[in-house]
Write a protein that binds this ligand. Structure first.
Ligand code: ACO
Length: 311
């Protein structure tokens, strides 16, 4: 990565409401042990994962996103759908290629047609990318608020014959309402990209090959070791970029919220960064203050920022 000094960035926004939804169906590690040659012990030891959720046959990403927004509205009645000015949906598993999930959300939730709607494809860095984009649009004055949603029905693209991959992925959605706030509570917005690592994590679509390897299945492919190595080697530098742009030291971060891919990888990350793992991914709603958000995923890409938690 470039060693040039990065300018300070922040945006006049706050996250003022959040919501989430997961499908009802739980897939335990024991359930998976009937599908592939694996065990609860192996999965917990290598990933920390005990269960994941799976969409029903007739349930799609747009449904998960609608429920996440409904959960947000139930908890934060100050948010009015009639005032939403932009809808972002970060997803790699949209119901359709088009219309976008964001456009479907506008219709299903009765958000005014004056709102913009955009799906974002940045894999596991999708939510952070969408948040940063929403903040930039609010900072420019184009909009005053946005509903930022991340939703995936990943189990539809998982290969349940690949034991090293199928244990990791599940379905769910989360929504955040982002609005103008002169206190400038989001800072350090940054993204990085290493397209050369794309074959480490991909899913074919209209194109049926990846670097010469034919795969017409359209299922998620991952070289777990490559991804693990890339994340542990590159994400600490991406975190440094966020902190430099926020003009902060890591010691000033109360909570680190990395993409919750798997605990072993997060623990390795924390070790590299010399950050206490017990201040990672826990109780943000109850305690948080300076929260370092960091997404990383297929691309391979990163996106992050520092949020001053206030909702
Ligand atoms: N159950 C039992 N054995 C398994 C399983 C399983 N589910 N999966 C793999 N193994 C076996 C392999 O077959 C192999 O056996 P062999 O030695 O007889 O050939 C052995 O375990 C070691 O295989 P590796 O693939 O080297 O296993 P590794 O220790 O690397 O663990 C894992 C695999 C968990 C996927 C790891 O590489 C990892 O955590 N990678 C990060 C991927 C990730 O988190 N992705 C999430 C989303 S993308 C992102 O976050 C950017």
């Amino acid at each position: 990565m470039s060693s040039a000094v990065l300018p300070r960035v922040n945006a006049p926004v706050r996250v003022s409401a959040v919501g989430m939804y997961v499908p009802r169906r739980v897939i335990t590690n024991d359930d998976l042990s009937h599908v592939v040659d694996t065990s609860d012990e192996w999965i917990v030891q290598r990933t920390g994962i005990r269960e994941r959720r799976r969409v029903a046959e007739d349930e799609h990403t747009s449904d998960l996103c609608v429920h996440a927004v409904e959960d947000l509205l139930a908890t934060y009645p100050h948010v009015r759908l009639s005032e939403v000015e932009y809808i972002f949906v970060a997803t790699t598993t949209p119901d359709y290629v088009y219309p976008s999930v964001a456009a479907m959300i506008q219709d299903r939730l009765g958000i005014p047609t004056s709102a913009g709607a955009l799906d974002i494809s940045a894999a596991c860095a999708g939510f952070c990318s969408a948040l940063n984009l929403a903040a930039a649009m609010i900072a420019s004055g184009q909009i005053r608020n946005a509903m930022v949603i991340a939703g995936e029905a990943l189990t539809r693209s998982v290969d349940y014959t690949d034991r090293a991959t199928c244990v990791l992925f599940g379905d769910g959605a989360a929504a955040a309402f982002v609005e103008y706030d002169e206190r400038r509570l989001l800072s350090g917005m940054d993204s990085t990209t290493d397209g050369s690592a794309g074959p480490s994590l991909y899913r074919t679509a209209t194109r049926k090959d990846m670097r010469g390897a034919l795969d017409p299945t359209g299922l998620l492919r991952q070289d777990g070791r490559d991804v693990y190595r890339w994340v542990v080697e590159n994400v600490p530098a991406a975190v440094d970029r966020v902190l430099e742009r926020a003009q902060m030291q890591l010691a000033g971060v109360d909570w680190f919220v990395p993409h919750s891919a798997n605990m072993r990888m997060i623990e390795a990350l924390c070790k590299r960064m010399a950050f206490p793992p017990e201040r990672t991914l826990t109780s943000v709603q109850t305690y948080g203050n300076k929260v370092l958000l960091m997404g990383f995923g297929g691309g391979l890409v990163t996106a992050g920022s520092v949020l001053t938690w206030c909702c």
